[in-house]
Design a protein around this ligand. Sequence first.
Ligand code: FES
Length: 85
Amino acid sequence: PFLVKLASSGAAFEVPVGKSILSVLHEHGCNAASSCESGTCGTCRTKLLSGEADHRDMVLLPEEMDSQIMICVSRAKSDELVIDL
Ligand code: FES
């Protein structure tokens, strides 16, 4: 598990094993855009402001991996991620 924090509100939610960042956000009423939910379409591309991502998508280029994350599939290597939502 890790924490995902929203830059706009400061709200932080725990993302448990087996659940995506996207589904945790949706559960808390955060209206993040998505489509494929399998890491291939790019719709859920979100700016990563801090923390280290565990990228599991097929979309991001290596040079984008420090600053962006696909929240439908990717997870965290750090204890917390701060995203621009
Ligand atoms: Fe398609 Fe995340 S919803 S890559």
